[in-house]
Every structure is written in C-alpha cells, then in structure tokens.
Design a protein around this ligand. Structure first.
Ligand SMILES: [Zn+2]
Length: 342
C-alpha cells in the first residue's frame, strides 16, 4: 500500500513539474514582438492575413455582429501566433535548439486548418469505438441475453454503463472540437466533459467493484463525488482554469479507479479478469505519456496524441469487458433463481 501511495504522489508531482514548464515559447521576446507587430500590421514577414485588417476596412465596430468580430479577432490572433511560432521554431532549429511550448502547446503543423490533426483523428476513432462498444452492449443486453418478465435486463449496472457511454462519447466529441481549434470556449468544454467522464467512471468503479446494488447506498456513495466533480467543473469554468490543479484532480481520480479495478481483478473470480488487468496496466502506462509529454514528431505526433491513440484499443477491450460482465451477472442471477425454485 505504501509504495502505491508513493506512485500516486510521484505521478502528481511530475505533472506539476511538467506544467510549470508549460509555456517557455511565448515568453520569448522575439516571439512576443512578432505577435505584437502582426496584430497591428496583419502581417508576418511577407505573409498577410485578411482577418486582421478587415474590421477596420468594413466600418466601425458597432455595425458588426459582435460574435463575428470576436471570431475574426480569434482568427487574426491565431494566425499571428501560429506563423510567428513557425518562424521562431525554424530559427531555433537552425541554432540546434529543442522545440518549446507556446501557450501551453507544442508547435504543431496545421493540416487543412486543423490545429492538431493527429489528436483530432484519434479522438474521432475513440468516439467511434465508444459508439460501437455501447451499441454492442445494448444489443447483448436486450437481444442476446434473457430479459425479466417486465422486459428489463437482469444486469444491475445497465443504467450506469449507459450514462458512462453517453458521457464518454460527449467528451470525445468535444476533444475533436478542441483539438481542431483551441480557443477559450472549446478548451473549457473539452476539460469539463473530460472531468465529468472521469468523475462518473470513478463512481461506477466504486459501485461495481464493491457490488453496491442497494439504491440508497448507491446514492450515498455517489453524492459526495458528484458534488465534488460539479464544484470542480464550476471552479475551472467560472473561477480559474488552473491547469496544475486540474491535472492533480484528474490524475487522482484516474489513479483511484485504476487501483479499485486492480484490487477487484485480484480478489474477484471474474471470468474476464485478464481484460481488466490489461486495461488497468495499459491505462496506467498511457497515463505516463500524458505526464512525460514530448514534442510532436514530424510536427504531428506528440505524447498527448499518442495517448489518444492508445485509448482506442483499450476502449474496445473495455466495452468487451462490460459485455462479459453483463453476461456473467445475468447467468449467475439466473442460476441463483433456478436453485431457489428447486
Ligand atoms: Zn486531448
């Protein structure tokens, strides 16, 4: 137990360290000068962006749609930052210096206007795998396994996995949006929905691994976690988006549920134990990617995108475990009722 605690502590510390180095690139004076100049002139070197000048050409600000103006401002700032970063990174590369992060992100190459194409592609695949997993769970429950007389499933964790499936798909959807275009609102939506799914899966892990089936106990266990997760989401949205603190919360909730599943895999005689072990160990390793993050290879594949790639096969295995669990519980419940009938 003690060395487990140490592992958690080390994980948490290392993410604080990796976050405090987050944005050395945008502190660089020549980068700052470049962005400042670009936002006035609308140009980086010979490259000029129409979004930066159009508002002054079209008329006074109050004749414009505010949202449209806002969007233009984002576009101009985004283009300036991107091209100043590309230039600065070229300079650094010729000097033999390693890449730096800008505004908390590695210097990615854009593809068809998408900021982080690799993360977007992997997020789409994660979303697809969750949909496929949830659908096959649904089909197993209602078309393959026997149902009660009132046409409901025997499996006691149905509702929880439905909510889990919905929250997962929601979070991958916002991940696609956020990695396509990183602005304040898409970042908040991505972070909030990720916290929601991590918090909810912590609840599921407690309820499932301790076999909590009584409704009142379920409410008692979930209420404090729900309250905490809600407060945390409100905190990062309306008070302060503190990346370090948010990372601690997510890693702590993530590690807690991995330990719960690991304990359960060790003590319960679940027929699909091995799937649990693979998911737990691989997720633990994948989490390390998020913590020891490295710059993008070829401008596309950074640690975060590889992390999103790693969760694709894990999602498939995870939903297959959930299906197995539904079959296992249903068959043992039916056995019990048969022996009772005898
Ligand atoms: Zn992401």
């Amino acid at each position: 137990m003690v060395d487990r605690l140490w592992t958690v502590l080390l994980l948490v510390l290392s993410c604080i360290v990796s976050f405090s180095y987050a944005s050395l690139g945008d502190k660089d004076p020549s980068y700052r000068a470049c962005v400042g100049e670009c936002e006035v002139s609308g140009c980086v070197g010979k490259l000029c962006f129409p979004q930066c000048n159009s508002s002054s050409n079209v008329g006074p600000w109050y004749t414009q749609e505010p949202l449209y103006l806002q969007w233009q401002k984002w576009g101009c700032q985004g283009d300036c930052r991107y091209h100043c970063m590309v230039n600065r990174e070229k300079e650094r590369e010729t000097l033999g210096q390693p890449p730096l992060k800008y505004h908390g992100k590695w210097p990615f190459k854009r593809l068809l206007g998408i900021q982080e194409p690799a993360s977007v592609a992997f997020s789409v695949l994660n979303l697809a795998m969750h949909f496929y997993g949830w659908l096959s769970f649904f089909i197993t429950l209602y078309y393959k396994l026997p149902l009660k007389q009132d046409k409901t499933a025997y499996y006691e964790y149905v509702g929880l996995w439905h909510i889990y499936g919905f929250l997962s798909m929601n979070s991958w959807f916002w991940s696609v949006v956020f990695h396509s275009r990183d602005v304040d609102i898409t970042e908040r939506l991505d972070y909030s929905s990720a916290i929601a799914v991590i918090g909810f899966s912590l609840i599921v892990s407690i309820l499932r691994t301790f076999d909590i089936r009584v409704e009142a106990t379920r409410v008692m266990v979930s209420a404090p976690i729900l309250a905490f997760v809600t407060t945390h989401i409100l905190y990062i949205n309306f008070y302060k988006l503190d990346y370090g603190w948010n990372m601690i919360v997510c890693v702590a909730m993530g590690v807690a549920q991995l330990l719960l599943w690991a304990r359960w895999a060790a003590v319960s005689r679940h027929p699909s134990n091995w799937k649990l072990w693979v998911v737990v160990i691989a997720s633990g390793l994948a989490m390390l990617l998020e913590i020891y993050d490295f710059p993008p290879y070829e401008g596309y594949f950074d640690a975060h995108s590889i992390w999103h790639a790693a969760t694709i096969p894990l999602t498939v295995l995870w939903w297959s475990f959930i299906r197995d669990d539904a079959e296992f519980r249903t068959s043992s419940l039916l056995k019990k009722s048969k022996t009772k009938a005898k």
